[in-house]
Design a protein around this ligand. Structure first.
Ligand code: GAR
Length: 224
């Protein structure tokens, strides 16, 4: 279980993973649990907004309960939000992990799961983040700007877009001749698949708390 400040209260952390696409970050979490890089954690459910997401295949292969809730199947956004929130509540997670989930969350959900929702973003926040920055677009913008270093960030989700308390970040070098695709692949391999499992493990083992809008590592005295 998690308290409102993000600290664990003991027991196995039940996580719900929300996905939209390929699900390589979901795979990194699955692999992390299998290899014990992530401890005290179980994936109780996967929710996708996209029926064709390969992440759903990855979940099925592992026997993880998975479902698709697509905005296309609802008459308006409010009806989708209600159905989505209902499914989340029915799953009963301690922690919700947005692993490439490209849907804006209902505000009610953010308020109801304060410091219990985390997101992986493929840049070093506050660079290349916010509205319109997702997936490959983030790397296109980084290359356009000519940055020499980029990376990834895991953060708690608040009402803003990519504005919540930062848990972990990892830098990745931009190389000559990079395309958005090669940069995306390197950022995933060197940063995302490392820091997302690590952040879950830290939360599951009570090593992260949020104080005054910032993350602190509770037994080491600061986010690393
Ligand atoms: C990842 O690069 C993730 O950081 C990004 O979508 C990709 C999903 O890949 N998320 C965002 O851009 C959120 N703003 P995956 O489905 O293979 O994990």
């Amino acid at each position: 279980m998690l308290k409102e400040d993000g600290a664990a209260t003991g027991g196995r952390l039940k996580i719900l993973v929300c996905v939209s696409g390929g699900g390589t970050n979901l795979q990194a979490i699955i692999d992390g649990i299998k290899s014990n890089a992530i401890t005290n954690t179980e994936i109780i459910s996967v929710i996708s907004n996209n029926k064709k997401a390969y992440a759903l295949v990855r979940a099925a292969e592992e026997g993880i309960p998975a479902l698709c809730i697509s905005p296309k199947d609802y008459e308006d956004r409010e009806a989708f939000n209600r159905a989505f929130l209902k499914a989340v509540q029915a799953a009963g997670p301690d922690l919700i992990v947005l692993a490439g989930f490209l849907v804006v969350l209902p505000e009610e959900m953010i308020a109801g799961y304060r410091n219990r929702i985390i997101n992986i973003h493929p840049s070093l926040i506050p660079s290349f983040c916010g509205k319109g920055f997702y997936g490959l677009k983030v790397h296109e913008k980084a290359l356009e700007r000519g940055v020499k270093v980029t990376g990834a960030t895991v953060h708690f989700v608040d009402e803003g877009t990519d504005t919540g308390p930062i848990i972990l970040q990892k830098a990745v070098a931009v190389e000559a001749g990079d395309t958005p695709e090669t940069l995306q692949k390197r950022v995933m391999e060197q940063a995302e698949w490392v820091i997302l499992p690590k952040a879950i493990d830290m939360i599951a083992n009570g090593r992260i708390a949020v104080e005054e809008g910032r993350c602190i590592e509770t037994d080491k005295g600061g986010c690393s």
